[in-house]
Write a protein that binds this ligand. Structure first.
Ligand SMILES: [Zn+2]
Length: 310
């Protein structure tokens, strides 16, 4: 018994000594990196873009649980440790990663994928704090972050992801470049189709259920005002009063929702002459389909709501 205790103590000391040597660190890293490089993405659009461009040559991880909006996610100790081990962390930028300042990550592995259009980000003013169910209260004050809903910006994000992936696998340049071109084409088609339906919507007043459509509004020249409503919940009376006030100067006939609205909210809105349509920002991984199919579903919903006149 006693000798095994000393043996263990000696081994622990030895492990401590070895742990201090940098060679061991390097060996450990090599062992950890036997598989493909690990790329963390802070939201689903970036994870999707990385997967489209890199295929199986990297392991793409979206660390946010499916029931949490990645914009309000805060990594726990385990997630922080994983982020610290990642070969690359793809950031959305635009203030999306509120947790970043409180976490020590190697700067060389962080890539701000909106850096190329930092001068065209939209500041948010006079926002009130509001609740998001399990994640608690938060405010949208600061910078609008749903950048990818402007397809031009989505393409910029994808190009930044490409550049970052290329540093991990320079030998894959021609493959990555071809896949980026395919992705850009898809996003350009989506952009054109959104422009076409936006032209039919014109300048009519619209409501957004949540203040996350700023880039979408600007890109497609929409005349929207945002509420702070949650799709799954029946809004409280104070929220309906806020809506009435808004309607007096902004007589909207349509509300665009982030997700399927509560049926009681839909029928009460219909009583006010407001119809509902869903356009999902796709910040997190969808239950089915992928980024493009979710965008196309939303596009189709808009096309049905605002049909081309025959
Ligand atoms: Zn919010």
């Amino acid at each position: 018994m006693k000798s095994s205790f000393y043996h263990l103590a000696w081994m622990a000391l030895l492990a401590l000594l070895i742990g201090c040597s940098s060679d061991e660190g390097a060996i450990q890293q090599q062992e950890e990196h036997r598989g493909p490089p690990v790329v963390y993405a802070v939201n689903y659009p970036l994870a999707y873009f990385a997967g489209r461009i890199a295929g199986d040559s990297v392991e793409v991880v979206l660390p946010v649980p499916v029931d949490i909006d990645p914009a309000t996610w805060v990594p726990d100790a385990k997630a922080i440790a994983e982020l610290q081990r990642a070969d690359l962390v793809l950031l959305n930028g635009a203030g999306y990663e509120g947790w970043l300042q409180r976490v020590t990550l190697s700067r060389s592995r962080l890539v701000d994928t909106s850096a190329a259009f930092a001068d065209r980000l939209i500041p948010v003013e006079n926002d009130v704090t509001h609740s998001h169910g399990p994640t608690g209260d938060h405010s949208h004050a600061g910078t609008a972050f749903t950048t990818w809903l402007d397809c031009e910006f989505a393409i910029e994000h994808a190009r930044a992801v490409f550049g970052a992936l290329l540093r991990l696998h320079p030998e894959n340049e021609s493959e990555y470049r071809a896949r980026l071109a395919g992705l850009e084409k898809d996003l350009q088609v989506l952009d054109l189709e959104l422009e076409a339906v936006a032209a039919r919507i014109g300048g009519q007043p619209l409501l957004f259920s949540h203040p996350v459509y700023q880039y979408f509004e600007r890109r497609y020249s929409l005349n929207g005002r945002s509420l702070h409503w949650e799709p799954g919940e029946m809004p409280e009376e104070a929220q309906w009063r806020e809506l009435s006030g808004m309607l007096s100067t902004h007589p909207a006939a349509w509300m665009i929702w982030e997700g399927t609205p509560h049926p009681e909210a839909v029928s009460r809105l219909e009583g006010l002459g407001i119809r509902s349509v869903v356009f999902q920002p796709a910040g997190n991984r969808p239950e089915s389909g992928d980024y493009l199919s979710v965008m196309q579903d939303s596009l189709r919903a808009l096309q049905q709501a605002f049909p081309a006149s025959g």
